[in-house]
Design a binder for this molecule. Structure first.
Ligand code: PLP
Length: 393
């Protein structure tokens, strides 16, 4: 251990790792484990996208590319933003990376000096605080409440921003809560941000998965005056069922994106050439396939939500997007002998009830657990039955 850097020591081991490992081992033994811990679509990457990648390999598109991405992909990304959101980006404002997470890492590396603060609304995607720390910044957690739909309370945001704040991290639709910000809510956030020096990092990787007829809004659409202060993170992982292809991107002010591109150039040279071709193709596809995914997730959200509603000891704010359901199970935890928090409770659910869920502690709320509704419909029904029994004990 003595040879490890302080940076390496400061990064926490994933608290979900042991539960996922145990769930895998139990499945391997043939136990009927219902897996509600999955963070990726259960669809395969659409065949035409695979075909585009195979063509790229056959045509010998297998060399290094420009550090920030191939021009045709940058053009396709710019075209998507203009067409879908009316936002204009030029190639120097676009960085293609090995996944949305890598794009975010490059941006944080380019942005943060020691002591700089990044405000992270909680519950948060579990990687954010460690990613900020890894880049030398200080994560500042801004709690939100289920009663407020897990949205930022504007006065609390105002209090959280100070001269050290470099950025506010927004994630709508949210992992883990499924909260989706409306245009008016984003306007209110923008007006507070405007009076500070902070940037907004908008993690939009779930943008295509919004339910109940709602629409996805990016803060730039309602606050164009922030055009030099917003960074967008996006990815192919969720939208096109391509998590293993490791391809995502960042859009933002040219000076920041150029710096993040330099950092990427020295770290990984570029994103994979074949994945870049595949994403270029995907961005030109008609929207039907992604809409089919969305409808499938919405149907499963409804199934799980309807099942869990009314179970004693479980309370949930209906997720309006993404593919997770974040449930307050504090009453069940309190009623279970020898169980002290969400990690223990998830271990108990796995060992006794053969259900794999992610403890809320990983997302900043130890009263809750996260269910992914990217699961087989029969598994969802069976999981709901097991929880109903648990709630009635
Ligand atoms: N942002 C959020 C909120 C996520 O949930 C994830 C993945 O789970 C990512 C970013 C990163 O996705 P990727 O690196 O696969 O593009």
């Amino acid at each position: 251990m003595e040879f490890l850097s302080q940076r390496a020591r400061a990064i926490q081991a994933s608290i979900t790792l042991s539960i996922t490992a145990k769930a895998k081992a139990m499945k391997a033994q043939g136990l009927p484990v219902l897996d509600f811990s999955v963070g990726e679509p259960d669809f395969h990457t659409p065949e035409p996208i695979k075909g585009a990648a195979i063509n790229a390999i056959r045509e010998g598109f297998t060399k290094y590319t420009a550090a920030g991405g191939i021009p045709e992909l940058k053009e396709a990304i710019a075209r998507k933003y203009e067409k879908e959101l009316g936002l204009i980006f030029s190639p120097p404002q676009i960085l293609v990376s090995n996944g949305g997470k890598h794009a975010l890492h490059n941006v944080l590396q380019a942005l943060l000096d020691p002591g700089d603060e990044v405000v992270i609304p909680s519950p948060y995607w579990l990687s954010y605080p460690d990613m900020v720390s890894l880049s030398g910044g200080r994560p500042v957690i801004l709690n939100t409440r289920m009663e407020d739909g897990y949205k930022i309370e504007i006065d609390a945001l105002r209090r959280a921003l100070n001269s050290k704040t470099k950025a506010l991290l927004l994630n709508s639709p949210s992992n883990p809560t499924g909260a989706v910000y409306t245009a008016d809510e984003l306007k209110a956030v923008a007006s507070v941000v405007e009076s500070s020096k902070a940037l907004v990092i908008s993690d939009d990787v779930y943008e295509k998965f919004v339910y109940d007829g709602g629409t996805f809004v990016n803060i730039l659409s309602v606050a164009p005056q922030l055009c030099n202060r917003v960074v967008i993170i996006n990815s192919a992982s969720k939208t096109y069922a391509m998590p293993g292809w490791r391809i995502g991107y960042a859009l933002g002010p040219a000076s920041l994106i150029t710096a993040a591109t330099r950092i990427q150039g020295q770290a990984t040279s570029c994103a994979g050439s074949i994945s870049q071709k595949a994403l270029t193709f995907a961005l030109h596809m008609e929207p039907e396939t992604v809409e089919f995914f969305r409808q499938s997730f919405e149907a499963r959200r409804n199934l799980m939500m309807n099942g869990l509603e009314g179970i004693r000891g479980i309370s949930i704010h209906r997720p309006a997007g993404a593919f997770y359901l974040f449930a307050d199970v504090s009453a069940l935890i309190a009623a279970t002998h020898g169980i002290a928090g969400s990690v223990d409770f998830c271990t108990h659910l796995l060992e006794r009830h053969h259900m794999a869920c992610v403890p809320g502690k990983a997302f900043g709320d130890d009263r809750c657990i996260r269910f992914s509704f990217v699961a087989d419909e029969n598994d969802i029904r069976e999981g709901v039955n097991r929880l109903r029994l648990l709630g009635s004990n």
